[in-house]
Ligand binder design. Structure first.
Ligand code: HEM
Length: 398
């Protein structure tokens, strides 16, 4: 059994190629970019195809030889320069995906083309399934508790960039945002946050949140556990991105015991408290199913900010957004896992959520197949438009 699970996990890695920031350890630096696209991107399959194709090429380049890409347009890359160790993943918002599927089916019906996408030959069917099922749900609306809620601030494309230094994260973000097939379609960069690993423990490779508590202690460690938590059978993943602003003045004014009770772990050693309060963060977000199975996610959060405004950019990957919904609901004391109901996560006493959205993070294989499905439709439409223009030109010459 174990052997089979190992085999299928490895198979997903080699055949589907999940995006690279999901399973790799947290880096010293990161950049989180939330991009909103212009309305034309939702209506025009050609533009969508251009954007997706640019994303695929950037992912391939950035994750294979970032030094080449990071040096393009600047003076040539110098071997003496520090290796930035850049890794990038790209996620797509629900509305953007829905519009791509809609435009594919509209174009197919315009061309009187029948849909031959079989379960195995095209990602269209399983993306449709994600959108219909609980795999890629809408972001929760108006979910609020005693200490605040989770505003749905949207976003069409999300970049998760990891790097050894801020230089790499900065240049990678610039390269994507200046790309000729992406830049003209950007309505606005809603948020661009540079994160860093605060008080890194060199042995564990983990940092501490600004509250002083270690972050990432309970992240799955073994590769198989990580795969099970964050990927589905297609190597696809789903991402929750949330920006939290801390009130440290308030939190640090509390006695240490109270702060530990709020988190549910000790400050120094990050040992889980045996008599945790049901309002502690760990009690609220540890989801255990009726059969005792613990639902896991992979967190890749980072500290961000300046001395006047700072907090945690919370980033988490799971094989379904339903897991995030359960966690968020439980934080405000409602839903299936909030038993008994009414307990509010005390982390929200000192931190305010200011930005949040879900994204689909396709494997490289799913993204490639999606673009391959779009390509002939875009080309056919392009040819029809060209011949229409030629006819108009000919008529005008008569
Ligand atoms: C201000 C925002 C947040 C801060 C400062 C924070 C901090 C922490 C800390 C210190 C821990 C304990 C150590 C560890 O296992 O990593 C933890 C655990 C955890 N957090 Fe958060 N967190 C925040 C938001 C969230 C949100 C929004 C979610 C989910 C939607 C979440 C999910 C989790 C999970 C699943 C664990 C592991 C629980 C366990 O199994 O023991 N956190 N967090």
């Amino acid at each position: 059994m174990v052997e089979f699970e190992e085999y299928s996990g490895m198979q997903i890695l080699s055949q589907q190629q999940p995006q690279p920031t999901i399973l790799t350890p947290v880096s010293d630096h990161a950049c989180f970019v939330t991009i909103e696209l212009l309305s034309e991107c939702f209506e025009n399959l050609q533009i969508q195809w251009e954007c997706m194709d640019a994303c695929l090429n950037l992912l391939k380049l950035m994750n294979s030889s970032p030094s080449l890409l990071l040096s393009s347009g600047e003076s040539s890359f110098n071997n003496d320069e520090q290796d930035c160790g850049v890794l990038m993943s790209i996620g797509f918002g629900r509305q953007f995906l829905e519009s791509i599927l809609r435009n594919i089916s509209n174009t197919e019906s315009m061309n009187n083309q029948t849909n031959h996408h079989s379960e195995h030959s095209s990602p269209i069917n399983f993306i449709k399934q994600y959108l219909k099922s609980s795999d890629f749900t809408e972001y929760p609306k108006d979910l609020k508790g005693k200490f605040g809620g989770f505003p749905n601030t949207g976003g069409d494309i999300f970049l998760h960039i990891k790097s050894n230094n801020m230089d790499g994260a900065f240049r990678c973000s610039m390269q994507v945002l200046n790309h000729a097939s992406i830049a003209p379609h950007v309505k606005r960069v809603q948020d661009e946050t540079f994160g860093f690993l605060h008080r890194k423990n060199m042995k564990k490779g983990l940092g501490r949140d600004l509250s002083g508590f270690e972050d990432g202690t309970e992240n799955p460690k073994e590769l198989e556990e990580k795969i099970e938590a964050a990927l589905n059978e297609h190597g696809d993943s789903f991402l929750l991105a949330q920006k939290w602003v801390h009130n440290l003045k308030f939190f640090n004014s509390l006695p240490l015991k109270e702060r530990e009770n709020d988190i549910g772990r000790t400050m120094d050693e990050s040992i889980e408290l045996e008599d945790k309060s049901p309002n502690s963060h760990v009690a609220r977000v540890s989801l255990v199913e009726e059969d005792g199975h613990e639902i896991e996610v992979i967190r890749q959060s980072m500290t961000f900010g300046t001395s006047s405004q700072h907090g945690l950019f919370f980033l988490s990957f799971a094989n379904s957004t339903l897991t995030f919904i359960h966690q968020l609901e439980s934080m405000v004391g409602v839903g299936k896992f909030a038993t008994p109901e009414g307990h509010n996560d005390h982390i929200m006493r000192f931190s305010t959520n200011v930005l949040g959205s879900f994204y689909y993070v396709p494997s490289m294989k799913s993204l490639t197949m999606l673009i391959e499905t779009m390509s002939p439709l875009v080309l056919k439409r392009h040819r029809t438009l060209l011949s229409r223009e030629e006819n108009i030109y000919r008529l005008s010459k008569l």
